[in-house]
Design a protein around this ligand. Structure first.
Ligand code: PGA
Length: 236
């Protein structure tokens, strides 16, 4: 079974999400081969929750604080997300690491807090372009994994930073090597690939045998293309 996580990032207001879902939901494949998790902005979570059961969708948040409550203006706690029926939380996305200076320690604290609230952390890791060019992918992944490898159960999303939103992806062999490295460190975790996944490269990407699914950004904002992607995956 493939797990597909749709990361909407900071896109779609409530009214835009309603228009999107009006187009997307009637075209969803019903396939036991796919588990679909949508990660909308926090503001859309309650609306999506109201539809999730009928359409077999699970809901993820895109970020979380590591404390359950307190004087942390502007933050959202794991308990608040659990209370909204979130099942998964993305932590350590490269955009959080890059623009909000999230460290490996903070990512580990967030993942632990998500587990304590009985949700599943989807921990994002991946090398930047320089590390990729210097063939240091393995080194980067091991260092990003070092603080989280005792946590269980977790999912890991391998997302090369240079691939996100760029239209470029590593070769299948490179992805397989990265996913194998991750599975060696955390033998029981599910691993997803993310970074410029689209309708054109899907047929290549499904050949990666270590891959348990996809973290999809830009493609997931186009309801009809995204549903075609899911159909293609269900038929693969
Ligand atoms: P992308 O984003 O599919 O637009 O490259 C993936 C991600 O950042 O999770």
């Amino acid at each position: 079974m493939f797990s597909v996580v749709a990361n909407w990032k900071m896109n779609l207001s409530n009214s835009q999400a309603r228009e999107y879902l009006d187009q997307f939901l009637p075209n969803l494949p019903s396939s036991s081969k796919i588990e679909l998790i949508i990660a909308p902005p926090f503001t859309v979570i309650p609306y999506l929750t109201s539809l999730s059961q009928a359409h077999h969708i699970q809901i993820a948040a895109q970020n979380v604080h590591w404390k359950d409550q307190g004087a942390f203006t502007g933050e959202i706690s794991p308990l608040m997300l659990r209370d909204l029926s979130c099942t998964h939380v993305i932590v350590g996305h490269s955009e959080r690491r890059q623009y909000f200076s999230e460290s490996n320690e903070q990512v580990a604290a967030k993942a632990q807090a998500v587990l304590s609230a009985e949700m599943l952390p989807i921990i994002c890791i991946g090398e930047d372009l320089q590390a990729y060019k210097e063939s240091k992918t393995r080194e980067v992944l091991l260092s990003q994994l070092s603080m989280v490898k005792k946590l269980h159960p977790v999912w890991i999303a391998y997302e090369p930073v240079w691939s996100i939103g760029s239209g470029q992806i590593p070769s299948c062999q490179e992805i397989n090597e990265a996913l194998s490295t991750i599975k060696k460190e955390l033998p029981q975790c599910r691993v997803l690939y993310g970074g410029s996944v689209n309708l054109q490269n899907l047929s290549e990407l499904i050949k990666v045998d270590q891959n348990d699914g996809f973290l999809v950004g830009g493609l997931s904002l186009k309801p009809l293309e995204f549903s075609s992607f899911l159909h293609q995956l269900a038929d693969s």
